[in-house]
Design a protein around this ligand. Structure first.
Ligand code: ATP
Ligand code: MG
Ligand code: MG
Length: 398
């Protein structure tokens, strides 16, 4: 294929700076290419090098990753305080675009797996949530949407204590207001507006963030859907309610999943949506099958999904003393309230990173009543001139 053939002690060279990177190990592999652990002898240190396939589409995508990370690193996080991976260098070597990053440790999915999918303690969930939110705050200020926030793209830095996480993989990211792609986000973490084909903003990352926080606690994804229809059914069942009517009216894919029933539809017989009034109702499985001319791949867990409140409250306790359980119960109530503001169907009502950051679940203030965030003053949109050197490192490419 169009991957560079790598082996131990293979040398990648930036032809302009003459900097040499000696391949020592493979850290990851994907559709984009490979990520190698490389030794830099001048600095006595390792770096991670993302070696992009020799292919124009991946080259372009990686160029966006470079330019957006430059903006984030240099302009919005010059002192490396906001949990976003540092980009160190980029160059073309043997017709492959190479991006070097600071080296990080395992990702959050690997951490959950190492813990036998039992979920992390609430203290750890709170700590990681604060850090991810801090990164999302900076990204919102920069007007950058990550578009692929998930546990695999959040890495643990092993060089510091207490542990720190960093957001990686801006290979799908875009600028707010320049949203070109409609098929984005990994399915479990996909927001309702992307699913429905509705204009999206940085709020889609807040939805993914909510799914991640729940998963860190549960050890399993909140919406482990095996199709888009399954995803929608799970959202509706777990959260109650459905996307707001104005969104359903304007979204491109509404008719894939919903039936327009004209007058206001009362979902009274539908226990998941009790109290909701809408001009739309979600298709039944049979209607969806008939329309799609194929069986939806309904998840095997589908019939097990419950209301968010029940999922969190019924999760087994890792504590045993009466006092500890009482305290944890209160924190779990705060967690549910926190998640409710994030996995909110209406992107206009979903909390911003700043609003979420003042929630008692994160501040540690006693949780006494549902959190009401301060309204946010709209910011003037940022416009950066995002440009990349199309002939980096002096190499000649295609
Ligand atoms: P695809 O989208 O095709 O899956 P990708 O865009 O996800 O590829 P990355 O997420 O950037 O590629 O990197 C792939 C994997 O390589 C990561 O999940 C991680 O395991 C490893 N990796 C990436 N960057 C680093 C780093 N700085 N330090 C350590 N490991 C890294
Ligand atoms: Mg990735
Ligand atoms: Mg990616």
């Amino acid at each position: 294929d169009s991957n560079l053939i790598l082996y131990v002690n293979f040398v990648l060279v930036n032809m302009v700076s003459k900097q040499r990177y000696i391949v020592k190990d493979l850290l990851g592999q994907g559709t984009f290419g490979q990520v190698a652990k490389c030794w830099v002898s001048e600095n006595n240190s390792y770096v991670a090098v993302k070696i992009i396939k020799n292919d124009p589409a991946y080259y372009r995508q990686a160029s966006v990753e470079i330019s957006l990370l430059h903006v984030l690193n240099r302009k919005f996080d010059p002192d490396d305080e906001h949990h976003i991976v540092r980009i160190l260098d980029y160059f073309v070597c043997q017709r492959h675009l190479c991006i070097t990053f600071e080296i990080l440790g395992p990702n959050l999915f690997e951490l959950i797996k190492m813990n036998n999918y039992k979920g992390l303690s609430l203290n750890i969930v709170q700590m990681f949530s604060r850090q991810i939110l801090n990164a999302l705050m900076v990204m919102k200020d920069a007007g950058i949407i990550h578009c692929d926030l998930k546990p695999e793209n959040i890495l643990i830095s092993t060089s510091v204590k207490p542990p720190e996480i960093k957001i990686i993989d801006f290979g799908s990211a875009c600028m707010e207001g320049q949203t070109i792609y409609s098929y984005i986000q990994s399915r479990y973490y996909r927001s309702p507006e992307v699913l429905l084909g509705y204009p999206y903003t940085t709020a889609i990352d807040m939805w993914s963030f909510g799914c991640i926080v729940a998963e860190l606690f549960l050890g399993l994804p909140l919406f482990p859907a095996d199709s888009e229809f399954d995803l929608l059914k799970r959202m509706i069942e777990t959260l109650g309610g459905q996307p707001p009517d104005d969104q359903l009216r304007d979204a491109k894919n509404t008719s894939k999943f919903f039936k327009h029933v004209g007058s206001i539809y009362r979902l009274e017989d539908d226990k998941a949506c009790k109290g909701v009034t809408s001009a739309y109702r979600v298709l039944t499985v049979e209607e969806f099958e008939a329309r799609e001319l194929k069986r939806p791949e309904m998840g095997k867990h589908y019939f097990n999904c419950a209301k968010l409140e029940e999922i969190i409250a019924n999760y087994p306790y890792r504590k045993n003393s009466h006092e500890e359980i009482k305290k944890e119960n209160l924190t779990r109530l705060a967690l549910v309230d926190f998640l409710r503001g994030l996995v909110e169907f209406d992107p206009g009502k979903r909390w911003s990173p700043l609003q979420a950051s003042h929630h008692p679940f994160l501040t540690g203030e006693p949780f006494t009543c549902p959190y009401e965030p301060q309204p946010e003053t709209p910011r003037i949109p940022v416009i950066h001139t995002v440009s990349v050197d199309h002939n980096p490192g002096g190499g000649h490419w295609l």
